[in-house]
Design a protein around this ligand. Structure first.
Ligand code: SF4
Length: 387
């Protein structure tokens, strides 16, 4: 069984790490007229694209395997890495298969990047999905439904396929299953983190953003069966929550260093894939259900403003629910919303007397000695304190 698990993990690793998008090319070879919609972080209702037969692709940045050369001519060098590496992917021709690119106004830089894509890729439909600025407004649901319908109309034009209630319901069911599997993965991490490490969990999850969800459900379902059958022994490690992986992702090697010194019992890595926290209803108007779920049954992140979900309280709840003993509060370098929120998280955790480490990361970092030293010093100081 562990050999089968290794094969599953390898497929996920290749899907996540190979900047040539092998899983997308495989899908295109099987669907020669298929169209791909790339969407930038954090959340996009992928069901809408899927219902029209498109392959939704969650645009991830890449580590040092993607050298930023051409993008620097179009975007300032002081913006975060993920905006530059995804643009570099486009400019280098690796994303020529995209028919549509969608970003959301999660920050000023992401809002403006759409203009760059529009000018550089005139044959591609480059869109901004305007998510509600205030998710608690009584008008938010109606407004968001209008936005989803507008994007759906563009998708229908591109694909020549109508998105019917039936096709959307079927897609919602597929993605509900995917989210159920991801919730199960995270339940195992919270309850028995020694059965599956952080990097395995991350690869198993993130692969879903870059391969057909049908395939991802198969792989993840089987991987979970194998993980559940394990009988690994727990080690004496600190239980920590990692916060800061909502948009640009930390390098996998950095996660590997972290898992060497601690059990990461919960995190917000790729939170867009787990944004909806419950099954989306399939009865009634499915588009309306998707819009309501975004607002009413969703996680939190530094890029969404919802006064009903104060982020400090949400982080403290995540810590409590996962029975964590400490938190790593990270932010991508040059990320305005993330660095701003770090200040609030720091104050809230200090007030609660909860041990935490504040740090920054960049997806293209290649040297992890500094991170290892920080994690080890932090963990050791706490283990001595708890002893
Ligand atoms: S990492 Fe931060 S600054 Fe960069 S696109 Fe994401 S939210 Fe914006």
């Amino acid at each position: 069984m562990e050999q089968e698990y290794s094969r599953i993990l390898e497929e996920c690793r290749t899907t996540v790490e190979d900047p040539e998008y092998p899983a997308v090319h495989k899908w295109l070879s099987e669907n020669p007229n298929g169209k791909v919609l790339g969407h930038f972080q954090v959340y996009f209702p992928e069901e809408i694209a899927h219902a029209a037969g498109m392959l939704p692709l969650k645009m991830m940045g890449f580590d040092s395997s993607v050298q930023v050369r051409k993008a620097d001519a179009h975007i300032a060098a002081f913006v975060c890495s993920i905006l530059r590496t995804t643009l570099e992917q486009g400019l280098s021709g690796r994303l020529d298969f995209l028919s549509m690119y969608v970003t959301t106004p999660i920050c000023d830089a992401a809002r403006h990047i759409s203009g760059v894509w529009t000018r550089r890729f005139p044959d591609m439909s480059c869109q901004i999905l305007y998510l509600p600025q205030n998710a608690s407004s009584p008008h938010a649901a109606g407004y968001l439904l209008g936005e989803y319908r507008r994007i759906a109309g563009i998708i229908e034009e591109i694909t020549g396929t109508s998105i019917t209630d039936e096709s959307l319901r079927a897609s919602i069911e597929l993605f509900n299953e995917n989210r159920r599997l991801l919730r199960e993965l995270y339940r195992i991490r919270r309850e028995t983190p020694w059965q599956v490490g952080l990097t395995d969990s991350y690869l198993l999850m993130a692969a879903g953003g870059a391969m057909p969800r049908e395939r991802h459900n198969e792989l993840l379902g089987r991987a979970l069966e194998i993980i559940r059958s394990r009988d690994h022994r727990p080690q004496d490690k600190l239980r920590v929550v990692f916060e800061g992986g909502y948009c640009e992702q930390p390098p996998i090697e950095m996660l590997s260093v972290l898992q060497d010194v601690a059990y990461v019992v919960d995190d917000d890595l790729m939170i867009g894939l787990r944004w909806l926290t419950e099954d989306v209803a399939t009865s009634g108007d499915p588009m309306q259900n998707l819009a309501s779920a975004y607002l009413e049954a969703s996680s939190y992140s530094v890029v969404q403003r919802d006064p009903r979900k104060p982020k400090e309280a949400m982080l403290l709840a995540r810590i409590k629910e996962s029975n964590a003993e400490a938190a790593i509060v990270a932010a991508p370098k040059m990320c305005e919303p993330g660095l701003e929120e770090q200040v609030a998280y720091d104050a809230a955790l200090a007030e609660a007397g909860f041990p935490h480490l504040i740090m920054e990361f960049e997806e293209k970092t290649a040297n992890f000695e500094q991170a290892r030293m920080e994690f080890e010093t932090f963990a050791e100081s706490l283990l001595f304190e708890f002893a």
